[in-house]
Design a protein around this ligand. Structure first.
Ligand code: MF3
Ligand code: CO
Length: 261
């Protein structure tokens, strides 16, 4: 499988779109509280994206067409939760996944938020999911095998006794939301495609407290853990550079992550 890197010009546009998405995340932060419905959050996200000359990437995507601007997945919901009248409750962990289409290119990010007083075990799951992302992305640079990232994520997760979802993966990203390569969050070092300089990918570990197995709900979208135990999701759009990677979907100035091997 060949991977097509971006040109400098394409990267410039993607940097802007990704910053727009990061700004949307900043703006929704204060809303994520006990009592708010996921539909209210989604409506705010739609307005925030539209105010920034962008479109929501997810609306109308796939079959049946995805009906909202964001995916909001609570507790045992892994990904693709459809915003509804359900209210966030104290102790929930809630994954919010948003895609932005700006000037012909997509940006994709997800974060799992903690609502009020979250149990220590849920907090640990969320923290480990984030740590697995950072361990994964610090294992690659231009010329690396994709499997090096996959393996670092899997190791971090399994060391804590959690499991990596296998039926869904990360992906290349650019003028299409899903491009080559498919980015598995488990795998062996030294395997998979070689990542050329300026490859853009969305890395998005989905980590379960119990079994890695999942099923799809009757709404045809919501992915739920087979044992109904908690799940957590963390995603950024990144670009592969000479000596490491850059996280694009953040406003943080320290967004270069050096290759650690
Ligand atoms: N981050 C997810 C992905 O890249 C969200 C897609 S939701 C969909 O697959 F509705 F667009 F499918
Ligand atoms: Co994605």
């Amino acid at each position: 499988m060949s991977v097509k890197p971006k040109t400098k010009t394409e990267l410039d546009i993607m940097r802007q779109g990704c910053k727009i998405l990061a700004t949307v995340f900043e703006e929704i932060m204060p809303l994520i509280k006990e009592g708010v419905t996921t539909k209210e959050i989604d409506k705010f996200i739609y307005t925030s994206i539209r105010k920034k000359n962008s479109m929501p990437s997810f609306k109308g995507y796939g079959k049946p067409p995805y009906p909202a601007s964001s995916c909001i997945s609570i507790n045992e919901e892994v990904i693709h939760g459809i915003p509804s009248k359900r209210k966030l409750q104290n102790g929930d962990i809630v994954g919010i996944d948003i895609g932005v289409y700006y000037n012909g290119y997509h940006a994709d990010r997800a974060t799992t938020f903690m609502v009020g007083d979250v149990s220590n075990e849920a907090r640990e799951l969320v923290k480990t999911t984030e740590a697995s992302f950072y361990n994964g992305v610090s294992s690659i640079k231009a010329g690396s095998h994709l499997g090096d990232l996959s393996n670092a994520i899997q190791k971090t997760v399994e060391a804590k006794g959690y499991s990596v979802v296998r039926e869904f993966t990360g992906h290349g990203i650019g003028s299409k939301l899903h491009e080559k390569p498919s980015v598995a969050h488990y795998g062996a070092k030294g395997t998979g495609v070689i990542l050329p300089l300026y490859t853009t990918i969305a890395v998005e570990p989905m980590i379960n407290m119990g079994t890695h197995k999942v099923y799809i709900a009757d709404d045809d979208w919501t992915v739920i853990t087979a044992d109904e135990k908690l799940s957590s999701h963390y995603e950024h759009t990144i670009v592969v550079l000479e000596d490491g990677i850059e996280i694009l979907t953040t406003l943080d100035k320290n967004n270069f992550i050096e290759f650690k091997g």
